[in-house]
Design a binder for this molecule. Structure first.
Ligand SMILES: [Zn+2]
Length: 433
């Protein structure tokens, strides 16, 4: 009989989207989570759960929040070094900071070192799974999958495809990109917890042939994912349409190549037409809203209400390094502010869903992560509500006025919380922070 561990604390997870129903979550203020062999086997009220087991180790997190780890659905691991660089707008930022930094990943020692520090930073921030861009260099993908495998972490990544409009050291060709991607898929996709993501950077840096090759790869390996950028910035849209004059709009560029699927994640999608929104919703594609990045690069305000109305699947993501924080708590806080400017005071439950169970569902991973259902991997975090004097004062005030409710707790974490609130991060039941 393998060992059982019972974690005692406040236990929270989603069972459905809070947009569908009010009781979309479970919350056990005096709860327990039981883990065996790296998997969740039980959760519920402490007294009830405890009665079902005799031999276990108990870990006491009373007063702390246990919830599924965050899922970051759009992040660039080679950009960790250039976070917080004076940016201007997207296309300048790519030329001035991103491309020079990504060239460093031609050296596999550098890629290995950055992959490790990237994953450690995710854990520090309570992120237990991510969909990341690597660079054009296959070694950058090997490095990230290798380090993720050491931790048995759920990792989705892929080699960036870029055959034009980038410096010489960062370009491939359509054929080379396809064959390198194929070989990485054969090596890594489905190996352990790794999944391959076909990654054309965006239409400006990919020829028609390269986009078609990317679509062909996905057709050959339908279990893979696709990630790219869409309608982030107005200059980007104009450049794209001048490179693809036959296309009516930006989305059509990807549609023609077979890249708009229910396994495609499009970063940003700020300046979409109604028709593009409808087509993305029909395809079941995923839109990664990256508020800290959008504000930082002045890209625009994503309209979550419109996205919800047309039934687009949206998730929240950091987009580091244009995103300014690895923390999904910080990202939720900025998403709230962006939606405030759109006149939509988004609930904390919607934000939190979109970086936990909502993201897991969008990525077809909800049988593995995103909630505490039986058999899910024990990828969870422990949150301390009050780690700064200001957070303590706020908590004392709310307790004194009998308003220390779940919603007020979560909204405080979203608004003034960050990596300091992440007390512990577990991957398959092993503590990483
Ligand atoms: Zn991005």
């Amino acid at each position: 009989m393998s060992e059982l561990t019972l974690y005692k604390g406040e236990v929270f997870d989603f069972i459905d989207s809070p947009l569908n129903r009010k009781d979309a979550y479970r919350y056990f203020p005096d709860g327990a989570l039981v883990v065996q062999d790296g998997k969740i086997i039980d959760c519920g009220p402490f007294k009830e759960v405890k009665g079902r087991y005799t031999d276990y180790e108990q870990v006491d997190y009373s007063g702390k929040l246990l919830m599924p780890g965050f899922i970051d659905s759009h992040i660039h691991y080679p950009q960790a070094e250039i976070i917080g660089m004076y940016g201007k707008q997207l296309l300048d930022w790519l030329d001035d900071y991103t491309f020079p930094a990504e060239q460093g990943f031609a050296l596999s020692e550098h890629a290995d070192r950055m992959a490790r520090s990237f994953i450690e930073e995710l854990f520090r921030n309570g992120t237990t799974a991510c969909m990341a861009y690597a660079t054009v260099h296959p070694a950058s993908v090997t490095a990230l999958f290798s380090v993720a495998s050491e931790y048995n972490m759920c990792m989705l990544t892929g080699k960036v495809l870029m055959d034009r409009n980038a410096p010489a050291g960062l370009t491939d060709t359509a054929e080379q990109g396809e064959s390198e991607s194929r070989s990485l898929i054969e090596t890594w996709h489905g190996k352990g917890r790794n999944r391959y993501v076909i990654t054309p950077r965006f239409a400006i840096s990919c020829s028609t042939e390269q986009l078609i090759a990317a679509g062909r790869l996905h057709e050959q390996y339908p279990g893979t994912y696709i990630q790219t950028h869409l309608s982030e910035n107005k200059d980007e849209i104009n450049s794209t349409l001048s490179l693809y004059p036959d296309c009516q709009d930006y989305l059509e560029v990807y549609e023609r190549a077979g890249l708009v699927t229910d396994r495609s994640v499009f970063g940003h999608c700020i300046h979409l037409s109604d028709s593009e929104c409808r087509r993305l919703a029909e395809a079941g594609s995923v839109i990664a809203h990256c508020p800290t990045s959008n504000l930082f690069l002045g890209s625009g305000l994503f309209d979550m209400l419109q996205a919800n109305r047309v039934g687009m699947q949206t998730v929240l993501a950091t987009d580091v390094g244009a995103g300014t924080s690895f923390s999904l708590l910080r990202t939720m806080g900025e998403a709230y502010k962006v939606q405030q400017l759109n006149g939509y005071p988004m609930s904390v439950f919607e934000s939190l869903y979109k970086c936990t169970l909502g993201a897991a569902k969008a990525l077809h991973l909800d049988d593995e992560i995103g909630c505490f259902g039986k058999g899910r991997k024990a990828d969870f975090i422990v949150i301390d509500y009050a780690v700064t004097p200001s957070q303590q004062v706020r908590m004392d005030y709310l307790k004194h006025h009998e308003k220390w409710t779940l919603e007020n707790k979560l909204f405080g974490l979203q608004t003034i919380g960050d990596d300091r609130n992440i007390l512990a991060t577990y991957i398959v039941g092993r503590r990483m922070k």
